[in-house]
Design a protein. Structure first.
Length: 318
């Protein structure tokens, strides 16, 4: 289990172990040269230290249950092209979201039953590429109008039922007409395994059926259903603008190791002797973390395996 520390608390702990570069847990500028910008280099050193510890200790497997919903398609329009004109499309009264592929630049306006404009969206294609747009349909919209100043091509336009979205409020998790999306983790780095219940019983699916899109995972519509994802995460990272009360999620052992790793990185150039002492302490902290993982390994002699004392048919005589 990870204990929650704060960015400000870690900063104080780092400068506390920096000895002559700090006073009461805070840095001071009595030294010239690179030591004067330690405060500015702190976040960068922290991010590097977290990567070191992540590689040294090993990434922890994460697990999350997700469900890919495939809502009912209420409206599907064929491809059309506009050149210096506009096209009006009537919509069912109850709509949830809209998706389409487009090339070029244009606008899309929504109107209510009284023909009053509700909102207008502008979308621009880049370098002639075909791009995808998806968004929630405004409430009470019954008609939408596409218009283009020069040229606009719209393909695979689909309008999805609101009830099939199951209260989804995240626009990035909406279907795009080809794939279904679901939030997984903001730091996911690699999928390890995927188990689903699409068919009878629980079975494993190839990871390459699913694609990571930032913090989301997506799949073809035909794979809609419930799944359990196992994955690795990138280590936590920080920005210069993060406030002091920003949580730092590290176990006690990893937190202590990170403190010495950050401190060592800050004085690496200016003070070789202090850097060596802090690096030695960092490695000592890591050594105290390793045995916890190694204890999970069984000794084959006492475990009763193929070479163990309890192997069937083997009589041990002293």
């Amino acid at each position: 289990m990870n204990n929650t520390h704060t960015l400000g608390g870690m900063r104080a702990d780092v400068f506390r172990v920096l000895d002559e570069y700090s006073r009461n847990g805070e840095s001071h500028d009595v030294f010239s040269g690179g030591t004067g910008d330690m405060e500015n280099r702190f976040v960068s050193a922290l991010n590097s230290a977290l990567c070191l510890i992540n590689h040294a200790v090993g990434s922890e497997r994460k697990r999350k249950n997700v469900y890919f919903f495939r809502p009912e398609v209420l409206l599907e329009a064929c491809s059309f092209e506009l050149s210096d004109g506009e096209k009006s499309i009537e919509m069912p009264f109850l709509c949830g979201s809209l998706s389409f592929d487009f090339k070029g630049c244009g606008k899309l306006a929504f109107f209510d039953a009284d023909n009053e404009k509700i909102t207008e969206l502008v979308f621009e294609g880049r370098y002639g590429n075909i791009e995808t747009a998806k968004f929630f349909v405004p409430q009470d919209a019954v008609r939408m109008v596409f218009c283009a100043d020069t040229s606009l091509v719209v393909e695979k336009l689909k309008c999805y039922d609101k009830g099939g979205l199951f209260g989804c409020t995240d626009e990035n998790a909406l279907p795009d007409g080809k794939k279904l999306f679901c939030a997984l983790s903001s730091r996911v780095s690699e999928l390890i395994s995927v188990f689903g219940t699409k068919y009878s019983g629980k079975r494993e699916f190839p990871c390459d059926l699913f694609e990571l899109c930032g913090e989301y995972v997506c799949c073809d519509e035909k794979y809609a259903g419930a799944y359990t994802f196992e994955f690795f995460e990138y280590p936590q990272s920080f920005d210069e603008s993060d406030p002091p009360d920003t949580p730092v999620f590290l176990s006690p052992g990893c937190y202590e190791a990170a403190v010495f790793a950050v401190a060592a990185a800050l004085c690496e150039v200016e003070n070789g002797e202090l850097y060596s002492r802090l690096t030695y302490k960092y490695r000592e902290m890591l050594a105290n973390i390793y045995p916890k993982n190694n204890l999970k390994r069984k000794n084959s002699f006492f475990a009763g395996g193929i070479f163990g004392r309890r192997r069937r048919g083997y009589l041990f005589r002293g």
